[in-house]
Design a protein around this ligand. Structure first.
Ligand code: SAM
Length: 253
């Protein structure tokens, strides 16, 4: 990842460690063409100049047109599932086009993170997002926000969602689709299908033990509507991914 707009044709640079490893695994050689992305919406054609055991030197040749992002931002606020499930959730959500992830503590959260442990986990999940974005050719790397409590999350003001998001989405439309995933509510599919133009969405879902009534009420007080994914009880990582997948399919035609 580099500063926005820093890349230009002719620039020679060394790939970051993860990307260099990827190039080595693909058995590229000096002279091969690569497609690189700068993490800020820019794709570039590049040429491998030199390779050593752990480093790859490239030259940027020309910018390439890209259109792989969803037309409006979609944010996931999740009661973090424990074990490796959050890793999988970050990876898959990135592939499906998520704009940002907001890992949350809820009353029934099994995973509790604070201090240095929390910071390390966020850095790890951000690295998972970078690598998934590279693998699937995203133009933008989703942000993984610091862990916070459910109540604090709903206490913030929603125009914050617009920061760094797809262009042309106003704060007014931002607050139009704020949803909590709840069994037995209005089906999410109907909301998606009825949508004539892309709007920003915030989806919030619970951890393994679900959300309690007080938490659902907090979200509703902040403007969230309940949305269901059908009659089966989905795991804490499956539910947001299904919702995101449905939305991504709706706007990826
Ligand atoms: N026993 C928990 C309960 O009754 O809430 C189950 C929680 S479920 C494993 C984890 C989260 O996934 C829920 O809090 C909810 O946000 C979401 N979820 C699971 N199945 C869902 C469904 N069919 N529709 C909407 N959301 C669902």
């Amino acid at each position: 990842e580099v500063a926005p707009g820093a890349w230009r044709a002719g620039l020679e640079l060394e790939l970051p460690e993860g990307a260099a490893r990827h190039v080595q695994v693909l058995r590229h050689q000096p002279g091969d063409a690569l497609r690189l992305f700068d993490g800020h919406g820019g794709d570039w054609q590049a040429t491998v100049l030199a390779m050593a055991r752990r480093s790859v030197q490239v030259r940027l040749d020309q910018p390439l047109p890209v259109h792989r992002e969803l037309p409006a931002p979609i944010h996931l606020a999740v009661g973090m599932p424990a074990n490796e499930r959050m890793d999988a959730l970050v990876e898959k959500a990135t592939e499906l086009g998520v704009t940002a992830l907001w890992p949350l503590h809820t009353r029934r959260s099994v995973l509790r993170l604070s201090g240095e442990r929390a910071a390390k986990k966020i850095a790890h999940w951000q690295a998972v997002a970078v690598s998934a974005a590279e693998q699937c050719g995203r133009d933008r790397i989703p942000a993984v926000h610091p862990v916070q409590d459910w109540a604090a999350f709903w206490g913030q003001s929603w125009p914050r969602l617009s920061a760094g998001d797809a262009a042309g989405v106003s704060a007014a439309t931002m607050s139009a689709h704020v949803l909590t995933l709840e069994e037995g509510a209005e089906p999410w599919w109907q909301t998606c299908a009825a949508q004539a133009t892309p709007v920003a969405v915030l989806l919030a879902s619970g951890p393994e033990g679900g959300l309690d009534e007080a938490e659902l009420a907090q979200a509703r007080a902040a403007g969230a509507q309940p949305a269901s994914l059908g009659p089966r009880v989905l795991r804490a990582d499956t539910a947001p991914l299904q919702a995101l997948g449905v939305w991504a399919a709706r706007w990826s035609a």
